[in-house]
Design a protein around this ligand. Structure first.
Ligand code: NAD
Length: 485
């Protein structure tokens, strides 16, 4: 069992109160670690530590900080197996997925921002009689708050650009999945990252998270999590004029037109629905199918969903592990009950029965991938974010009709459109009120592109230039040319 500590001023240290929280493996329901239950005083310590490191860190050149990012990427890459194993144990996701997605992306986040930073050139705007030079300075100490679904992947997506732009960090990972953030801190300690540049405080959102939001010495908050929590973040931090980036929830649509390559669309829709047990903010949990192919699509879709190998996350063959916790399992199951009450028909799933796992029965937050048909698109199951292995199916007859149904959502994070007519796909995608739409693919990511949601899915963009902008203050210096007489 790990006894995880905070990482402040380059040292591992318990919460000042000495209180701890248990951390569970959702597949075995065993305690695998304890983490500090930090409070305001621990955040105070972390902010003091970050402030004392700020000046030296910001004095480094962009190139020197990019070198640091590369060193971090190399060190994390060497730990790929350890990261994948730890993430799988902490989240219940399949080890193969943790290796392919979580571990790999954590490395590429650092590598990408190192390379992107080196290509950065200073912007200037020439006038007839003057030149404007855009300068970037660090924001200062920034607060990074992250969720449980892609723990290290999402934390490093913020840490890399924050460090690159010369900021110091106070980070808080989800209390449900703290282990790989701790590994990141250990990696920084091993590499000798200057002390205080990165500080990690563990604990509960309303306690330590709230203390980060409220601390006047933290100048920007980059938050990824649920929409309700996002409201608290905005309510607390906006009146203090902190820079805010909010990456929130979604209820994403998958739209399959009759002219789509059906096998490709079925594969894509299954992947979009059930990757990471449906616990990716970009997952497509409402599937809209053009009516003339609806029955054929459903048949193929169900066949594929039934074939998903659900089981022990540590088994290399497993395609779907658990959901994040027994509590979350109950939440998803409450939506399955609701679906039936609302008149929905469960085409497959809805039970805890497993395949490919022969451990003790009844243990582990397992739920079969669940497909619900016949619900109105306005039902609660089709409009609220469930964030689990459950999707609803809906059919449509015209583009106009399906667009209306999609855009009625209060969310606007992601979507995918499946059609063999690429022009139509693009035009339709543009009309979906959503931060990102894929045509004939899903979760195909180029890290240079803007990432973020509209409506209740968030405020601001991450990725490439947008991350550099968020983690720096842009100032303009206008120099008037002196004319010789
Ligand atoms: P959550 O909002 O419950 O928690 C996110 C983080 O906020 C955790 O670290 C939590 O401890 C902290 N927190 C909670 N209350 C807080 C408070 N009062 N002050 C400060 N911090 C507080 O979200 P979750 O359940 O961990 O994650 C699932 C949600 O995250 C889903 O809604 C999902 O869509 C969303 N998500 C969004 C994206 C995106 O990029 N838009 C990516 C991943 C997940």
């Amino acid at each position: 069992m790990h006894s995880v500590e905070n990482f402040i001023a380059g040292s591992f240290t318990p919460a000042q109160s000495k209180q701890t929280i248990n951390n569970f493996n959702p597949a075995t329901e065993q305690i695998i670690a304890t983490i500090p239950r930090s409070q305001k005083e621990d955040v105070e310590h972390a902010v003091t530590s970050a402030h004392s490191a700020q000046k030296e860190w910001s004095k480094l050149t962009l190139e020197q900080r990019a070198d640091w990012l590369d060193k971090i990427a190399d060190a994390l890459e060497e730990k790929t197996e350890e990261i994948a194993h730890t993430e799988s144990m902490d989240t219940g996701k399949p080890i193969a997925l943790a290796r392919r997605v979580d571990a790999a992306r954590s490395v590429s986040n650092f590598r990408f921002f190192a390379a992107f930073g080196r290509q950065h050139t200073q912007q200037t705007f020439q006038m007839d009689d003057a030149i404007n030079i855009v300068h970037r300075t660090p924001v200062g100490t920034v607060g990074l708050i992250t969720p449980w679904n892609l723990p290290l992947y999402l934390l490093t997506w913020k840490v890399a650009p924050a460090l690159l732009m010369g900021n110091t960090i106070v980070a808080k990972p989800s209390e449900i999945t703290p282990l790989t953030a701790n590994m990141l801190a250990q990696t920084f300690a091993e590499l000798g990252l200057p002390q205080g540049v990165f500080n990690l405080v563990h604990g509960l959102g309303p306690e330590v998270g709230q203390a980060i939001l409220e601390h006047p010495g933290i100048k920007a908050i980059s938050f990824t999590g649920g929409t309700d929590t996002g409201r608290i973040v905005a309510r607390t931090a906006a009146p203090m004029f902190k820079k805010l980036s909010l990456e929130l929830g979604g209820k994403n649509a998958t739209v399959v037109f009759a002219d789509a390559d059906l096998d490709n669309a079925v594969d894509g829709a299954v992947r979009a629905a059930f990757t990471n047990s449906g616990q990716v903010c970009l997952c497509g949990s409402r599937i809209f199918i053009e009516s003339e192919i609806a029955e054929h699509f459903k048949q193929k879709f169900i066949e594929k969903v039934r074939a998903i190998q659900l089981g022990d996350p540590m088994d290399e063959e497993t395609e779907m592990g658990t959901v994040i916790s027994p509590e979350h399992l109950l939440k998803v199951e409450s939506y399955i009950d609701l679906a039936q009450k609302e008149g929905g028909v469960i085409l497959t799933g809805g039970t805890r029965e497993m395949t490919g796992y022969y451990g003790p029965e009844g243990i582990g937050a397992y739920l079969r991938p669940t497909v619900v048909d016949k619900l109105p698109h306005t039902s609660r199951c089709a409009t609220e974010e469930i964030f689990g292995p459950m999707v609803t199916l809906h059919s449509f007859t015209t583009e106009h009709e399906v667009l209306e149904m999609i855009n009625q959502s209060e969310y606007g994070l992601a979507g995918s459109v499946w059609t063999s007519n690429l022009e139509r796909g693009q035009q339709f995608a543009q009309q979906i009120e959503s931060g990102i739409v894929w045509v004939n693919t899903w979760l195909h990511r180029d890290l240079r592109t803007p990432f973020g949601g509209v409506k209740n899915s968030g405020v601001g963009r991450e990725g490439g230039q947008w991350s550099l902008d968020f983690f720096s203050e842009l100032t303009n210096i206008c120099v008037k040319e002196t004319r010789e007489n």
